[in-house]
Design a protein around this ligand. Structure first.
Ligand SMILES: [Zn+2]
Ligand SMILES: [Zn+2]
Length: 337
């Protein structure tokens, strides 16, 4: 089978390796669709594990199950989480699933024709897709689950003003979810095309991030935002986030600057204004279940985010498109096309 090994964003090598055979507690799935995630192109985050097969946003079909696997059968359509928490440890018991130290197995990457699914992930990380969810839509389950989690932690609710800074894939999903919740949505980006898209996806007001958006926000909205969702990693974007949050509000760091960047937080000002800074990383099983429902019921539509579908052989082009960010929103790799 063909597999794409990622060395860095400019060096991705397609290799032919033997198709794995499932042992009694494993299963083999055929990857029909696998999304390229914004985090896949973040080299400081991914390089420590390189070379690796990336791809954690999958829609797959079960093709072979080991003798002891009873939960799934050949032909089943599934989403599989890239890793699963134990649900028993202190962190899991307190809802901090992404912090579970017991995560020992990861799902092999989806930029491959097939994936051998380990027992742990069959037991706790595999979800049957309803007939209502296509394989392409399945690639949005994980990214939407991360957005569901971030907005839940932030307590996003009806009637609030939500500012989304950065209108790439995660920013747009944040806009769509906040829209279903009945929020007033303001989108900011330096790219005009993205602002146009943000508007189509539910933003009430769009702001050019090259401007002083705190000032523009006050002019357009009358006051600052209850929730600021930072979905861009530029230093300037973080600075803007601090300035745009209203008293008693929340800033969610959905994206962060690289680890070598120093961020200055106006703690004294935030203390007096009772402003909360929240971080949100990855998602947990309840977020995945909720995200699947949003997609299944079409409360959050995702097909309109897909701009490219490429065969595995063109994966380098896919990474370029996502890294460049100007022409693409969601790029899906179809390893078996
Ligand atoms: Zn992702
Ligand atoms: Zn745990």
């Amino acid at each position: 089978m063909k597999v794409a090994y990622w060395y860095n964003n400019k060096d991705i090598r397609i290799q032919e390796i033997p198709t794995p055979k499932p042992k009694s507690r494993e299963m083999l799935v055929k990857v029909i669709s696998c999304g390229i995630c914004g985090s896949d192109i973040v080299e400081w985050y991914r390089l420590p594990r390189a070379p690796l097969v990336q791809g954690h946003e999958i829609g797959a079909q079960v093709v072979k199950v080991g003798k002891s696997v009873k939960k799934y059968k050949s032909g089943d359509r599934v989403f599989i989480a890239p890793k699963v928490p134990c649900m028993k440890c202190y962190y899991c018991q307190n809802g901090h699933y992404p912090q579970c130290p017991e995560v020992k197995v990861r799902l092999p990457g989806g930029f491959a024709e097939y994936i051998l699914v380990p027992e742990m992930l069959i037991e706790n990380g595999t979800y049957l897709l309803s007939d209502n969810i296509t394989y392409d839509q399945s690639t949005f389950i994980e990214p939407l689950a991360c957005v569901v989690r971030a907005q839940r932690l932030a307590g996003v609710k009806k009637g609030q003003t939500v500012l989304v800074i950065g209108c790439g894939m995660s920013g747009l999903l944040n806009i769509k979810l906040a829209w279903t919740r009945g929020c007033k949505i303001i989108a900011a980006d330096i790219n005009k095309t993205k602002l146009e898209i943000a508007k189509q996806m539910g933003a009430d007001i769009t702001l050019d991030a090259a401007d002083d958006i705190a000032k523009r926000l006050a002019e357009e909205n009358g006051r600052k935002a209850d929730i600021v969702l930072l979905c861009a990693s530029a230093d300037a974007a973080v600075e803007q986030a601090w300035k745009c949050v209203d008293k008693g509000g929340v800033v969610v760091l959905f994206a962060v600057p690289a680890p070598d960047k120093k961020v200055v937080v106006p703690v004294n000002d935030f203390w007096m204004k009772e402003i909360t800074i929240l971080t949100s990383y990855y998602c947990g099983p309840p977020d995945i279940i909720e995200a699947m429902k949003f997609i299944e019921w079409r409360s959050v539509t995702v097909d309109d985010l897909i701009t490219h579908r490429l065969p595995l052989i063109d994966i380098a082009k896919g990474f370029q498109l996502v890294a460049d960010g100007r022409e693409s929103i969601k790029v899906i790799i179809k390893p078996n096309d």
